[in-house]
Structures are given as C-alpha cells and as structure tokens.
Design a protein around this ligand. Structure first.
Ligand code: SF4
Ligand code: SF4
Length: 184
C-alpha cells in the first residue's frame, strides 16, 4: 500500500554565491548552536555549513550539509568555474565515507543541516541571521509529500554506524545500553 500524501511546509536557504564574501560567520554560529552544551564552542568542524574559499580568485561558495550516504560515488566529474577547476566533491552536500567534510569531529558521525531546529522555534535559521552580506536567504513553501517520517540525526547516525560495524553490532550495543539506562 502506498503512503498517503500530505502538505508540508518546506524550509530552504537560497544561496547567492555572488554576495558571499567568505567571512565564515555562518560556520561559526552554526558550530556554536550545535555545540554541546549549546554555544560552548565555535569549532567550525561541527558546522553544518562549509564555505569553500579561494580568496585570490574572490570565489566563495557556501555549501549546506545534506543527507548521509553510505556509498562512495563510483566516478568524479570536474567543474571549471571562472577558469578554476574543481572536483565535484568540493560542492557535494553529503557526509560520505570518501572525505572528512560534515562529520562530527569527536564521533565521526554524519552532520546534516537541521534548519536550526530548536525550542522555541527560531524565526530564521542562525546562519541566515548572521550573514550580513545577504548571501543566505530563508524561504518557505508548501509541497505535497508522502506521509512518512523523514530520517533524523539519530537515524542517520545509526545508519553510519551500521555501515561501519554492521547491524548486528549496532543492535547488540543498543540492547546493552538500553539495559543499563536509568529506569531500565
Ligand atoms: S556569513 Fe554569508 S557572507 Fe559570510 S561566509 Fe557565510 S554565506 Fe558567505
Ligand atoms: S540552517 Fe542552522 S543548521 Fe543549517 S547550516 Fe544554517 S546554522 Fe547550520
């Protein structure tokens, strides 16, 4: 039986590359917002946005972390922009096994932009608020989607661990830890 369809508010950030000046304020505030405890550090390795910077060519490209992928791409394309050559990996949003981008530095678990989900809800994501150059613009629109839960950070973390260690080890560890949890 196919899943029912519902209307969902989709949040997105429109990136105007021409306006980005490479200041990296977006990385700093994203990292701080996702630090544990919140705002306790500003390590850009924890940011879910990464600014590709080539100051000598005045090229700055913000990239937001997307879905985790367990599979490496079998091939690579190359892009030539403004006379400079880039591998497609440079612009890829995925946290994948091939590279170190968008991985939590302590655990190596995948990072994904969550639009700054927080309680209370923010009017605009923090990277948008902190981008004084208006290179990041927050937008919302309605879209029909299948009525299925989207994978969240826990789902993607478990998937990454299962890919690395196998589902049996993940299941064993979860059972062991659940038994040790307070109130178990
Ligand atoms: S805060 Fe804005 S201008 Fe600065 S690096 Fe990020 S996107 Fe670019
Ligand atoms: S929307 Fe929030 S989580 Fe996503 S990149 Fe911007 S600051 Fe980070």
């Amino acid at each position: 039986m196919s899943a029912a369809v519902k209307t969902k508010t989709v949040k997105r950030i429109r990136i105007d590359v021409d306006k980005c000046n490479g200041c990296r304020a977006c990385e700093v505030i994203c990292a701080a917002h996702h630090a544990q405890p919140r705002f306790s550090s500003t390590n850009p390795a924890r940011a879910r946005i990464r600014v590709i910077r080539y100051p000598l060519s005045d090229i700055y490209v913000p990239v937001l972390a997307g879905e985790y992928t367990a599979a490496e791409c079998p091939g690579r394309d190359r892009y030539v922009i403004g006379g400079k050559e880039y591998e497609e990996c440079a612009f890829c949003r995925a946290s994948c096994p091939s590279r170190d981008f968008f991985k939590e530095p302590d655990s190596d678990l995948p990072l994904k932009c969550d639009m700054c989900e927080s309680d209370p809800t923010l009017e605009e994501p923090l990277c948008v608020q902190w981008c004084l150059a208006d290179a990041l613009v927050y937008e919302e629109y309605e879209e029909e989607v299948k009525d299925e839960p989207a994978p969240d950070e826990v789902d993607e973390g478990l998937l990454a661990l299962a890919h690395r260690h196998g589902w049996d080890r993940v299941r064993d560890a979860m059972t062991r830890m659940a038994n040790k949890a307070p109130g178990a």
